[in-house]
Design a protein around this ligand. Structure first.
Ligand code: ADP
Ligand code: MG
Length: 699
């Protein structure tokens, strides 16, 4: 591949600020900028002018179509392409694109899940341009990032509530900053999502119906070598993967995605790509794009990119680390400790807001990452536990302790901290103990929420995070705005928050059984192990009240979302169970039977030739395998009956509980026997490629 000039390549397919500034008249540019930065209403003439330039630019870049690009509740992105062409009187065509087409679209949306928000007779929803996320060209199509709503104004997507949650946080954070004497245009949350994924050979993928239908393997005995040597993590990247990564970077850079760090992960065939952080809604759009392009580029290289949270049992699954912070338009990171006493106090207040938010809304954070796929990771000693807690590191914890107890902080100097008066003792970023077991870790100037699944849209987690922090900040602003002595009130407030919420702080090993016991029994933290356990808490009064009071969701939106997320869980596991039945009946049992036939045949043949042969191997294998086929038959019948029973349930909550308590244990039981049979059967007779072959298929 020819080496490209990266700065030239970067964003070459994006209608970004550089393009806008160069192509729009200064009036139009200023007006659009005001909409982007300050949320001002966009007037029609401006939209018209922007549309015209966007069209010309897109056509110059080879685009023939445009689409409103949106994120329905399925979690993937949706697009419906329209070409620019419009007939002209002379029988030809002209390329048209109006301001109206830029601002608003009407996809036929009747097949997207709405959880009852949109009556089917009113199938249409509409999409509305999000000018804060740049338009881009992909596959000769101008893609316009949009929000997706019903005509009654209900959000049918993940972006609308995300933007609302950002506005909620912006509003409350500005109230706080004002108290510290700072007037800023806006406060925005920023996110850098680190994306994990697997790459396997496409022939291996195509040979496994479970991967094709469900994205994960539903059967498979452990290979002789897994990840125990830790030789893959940060190891030398294989040539085929290197070629893929180069190509991927180039595609992403063209689209203005700040792909930055790439390395091998813990499991064989597992890798990670981290972008440089950006504003939350842009980061969300970019992450969706990243997942899509990864899959596309992998195909080009004869591989398949698996984004499932747990494609293989026995080796690590994939997650996404959501690095999160808040910053002002002037570039001040509000989670960065400052140099002056005032800046320190401000930092500690924002830090407290996050700590309180995580404690008060543990359940919302947990359910924001709950999916059938992610249930395999959380709490499985490879990913953070299902219990949400905050890691601060020893030094910052000691500082908070000193504030709470009015005791001297044992830092370089012994000082009793009086906030707003004393400089915060300098503390180092905790680099010695990068506690990987914590679901929510402070990493120096941002928090890293590590519970997200690899295929999740990051929108859900950030909606909850932004809203919960907005709520802490609202409470603080209400108190501090009425304080007679700001500094004393501030000091007391922070002290109070630390005292009330210290139960959520935990620097120890999150994988240990002792932690589960302590967290639940001593600290009273919630341990919502599965999606059916977590999701219904979306409708707890405390959670609904908070989300509705910040205008992030309406009541009907919340109800519909809970329904859709559970339905999604139910459908996913249902497909998995049916795939298992299919593979067992059509492939595994017949294959084992064939092998038994050859063993039996060999045995009788050998015995007919000589009465001295014992055939111990043949006979013992045959006996065990025959026993296993009986078990497998029993288990698969059990599973089929459970699936029939499940069909009779008409309620999503009941169905999800049935899946958790009945169906999944039956699936696991069935798998166990098939995996044992795999170990006893000749590889030639086994109908699907083994774990070893798949995991080490790319070199
Ligand atoms: P690691 O966690 O692997 O040590 P870094 O801490 O350097 O790596 O960064 C991880 C991710 O955090 C990157 O995507 C980076 O851009 C992002 N990040 C850094 N600063 C911020 C911030 N202020 N807000 C959000 N994300 C950030
Ligand atoms: Mg990280």
């Amino acid at each position: 591949m020819e080496k490209q000039n990266v700065p030239e390549l970067f964003g070459s397919m994006v209608f970004d600020d550089r393009v806008m500034r160069a192509r729009l008249s200064s009036d139009v540019y200023e007006s659009l900028r005001k909409t982007i930065d300050e949320n001002e209403k966009l007037d029609e003439e401006v939209a018209q002018a922007v549309a015209k330039e966007m069209r010309d630019w897109a056509i110059e870049k080879g685009a023939t179509h445009f689409t409103h690009w949106f994120q329905p509740l399925t979690g993937v992105t949706a697009e419906k392409h329209d070409s620019f062409i419009s007939p002209s009187p002379d029988g030809g065509v002209i390329m048209e694109f109006s301001g109206k087409e830029l601002i608003k679209g009407e996809p036929d949306a009747s097949s997207f899940p709405s959880g009852g928000l949109r009556a089917t007779f009113e199938a249409r929803g509409y999409t509305a341009w999000d000018p804060t996320s740049y338009a881009f060209i992909k596959d000769h199509t101008l893609c316009i990032p949009t929000a997706f709503c019903s005509y009654s104004g209900d959000a049918l997507d993940k972006k609308t509530p995300l933007l609302r949650s950002m506005q909620a946080l912006d509003k409350q954070a500005k109230r706080i900053l004002k108290l510290f004497g700072q007037e800023v245009k806006y406060v925005r949350t920023s996110v850098g999502p680190e994306q994990e994924y697997f790459l396997i050979d496409k022939d291996m993928f195509n040979a496994r119906p479970d991967l094709v239908y469900t994205g994960r393997t539903l059967f498979g005995a452990m290979p002789p070598k897994g990840q125990e040597l830790d030789d893959h993590y940060f190891g030398v990247i294989k040539p085929r993967v290197t070629a893929f990564m180069e190509d991927l970077n180039e595609e992403l850079w063209k689209l203005g995605v700040l792909a930055k760090t790439e390395h091998n992960e813990v499991a064989p065939a597992q890798h990670e790509l981290a972008p440089i952080f950006s504003t939350t809604n842009v980061a969300t759009d970019n992450n969706q794009l990243m997942m899509e392009i990864m899959q596309k580029v992998a195909r080009k290289h004869g591989m398949v990119c698996l984004l499932h949270e747990k494609p293989f049992a026995g080796v690590n699954g994939s997650g996404k680390h959501n690095n999160w912070s808040m910053a002002t338009n002037t570039g001040v990171n509000l989670l960065s400790p400052g140099d002056t006493p005032y800046e320190n106090a401000q930092f500690l207040l924002f830090l407290s807001a996050v700590i309180q938010a995580v404690d008060d809304y543990q359940d919302l954070l947990r359910l924001s990452v709950a999916t059938a796929g992610n249930d395999h990771r959380l709490g499985a000693n490879e990913a953070p536990p299902a219990i949400i807690s905050v890691f601060l590191g020893d030094e910052l914890s000691a500082i908070l302790d000193a504030i709470k107890n009015d005791t001297p902080y044992e830092g370089a100097e012994k000082v009793i901290m009086k906030l707003g008066v004393h400089t915060l003792p300098r503390f180092r970023r905790d680099t010695t103990d990068r506690n990987r077991t914590s679901p929510f870790a402070f990493t120096g100037n941002k928090f890293e929420f590590r519970s997200l699944g690899s295929s999740n849209s990051i929108a859900c987690a950030n909606i909850m995070l932004n809203s919960a922090v907005a709520e802490s900040l609202r409470q603080y602003a209400d108190i501090l705005e009425n304080a007679s002595d700001f500094e004393t009130e501030l000091h007391n407030l922070i002290k109070d928050v630390i005292t009330k919420h210290e139960r959520i702080l935990f620097n120890g090993n999150g994988y240990g059984d002792e932690w589960v016991k302590e967290a639940v029994e001593v600290r009273g933290l919630s341990n919502l192990k599965t999606t059916p356990d977590a999701m219904p808490h979306l409708l707890d009064k405390k959670n609904m009240d908070m989300l509705m009071s910040h205008q992030v969701f309406t009541e009907s939106e919340l109800k519909s979302r809970c329904e859709i997320m559970l339905e999604n869980y139910n459908k996913t596991v249902n497909i998995e169970a049916h795939t298992m039945v299919d593979m067992v009946r059509k492939n595994y049992l017949p294959a084992i039977e064939q092998y038994l036939y050859s063993l039996a045949h060999t045995t009788s043949l050998m015995k007919s030739v000589s009465s001295n042969v014992k055939c111990n191997y043949e006979i013992s294998t045959m006996e065990r395998l025959s026993e296993l086929t009986d078990y497998i038959l029993e288990r698969v019948t059990d599973l089929e009956n459970a699936l029939d029973e499940m069909k009779k349930l008409d309620d999503v909550v009941k169905t999800s509980e049935f899946i958790r308590d009945d169906l999944i244990p039956k699936m696991e039981h069935l798998r166990k026997h098939v995996d044992e049979a795999e170990m006893l059967t000749s590889e030639d007779s086994w109908p699907f490629p083994s774990y070893g072959k798949i995991l080490f298929s790319v070199y």
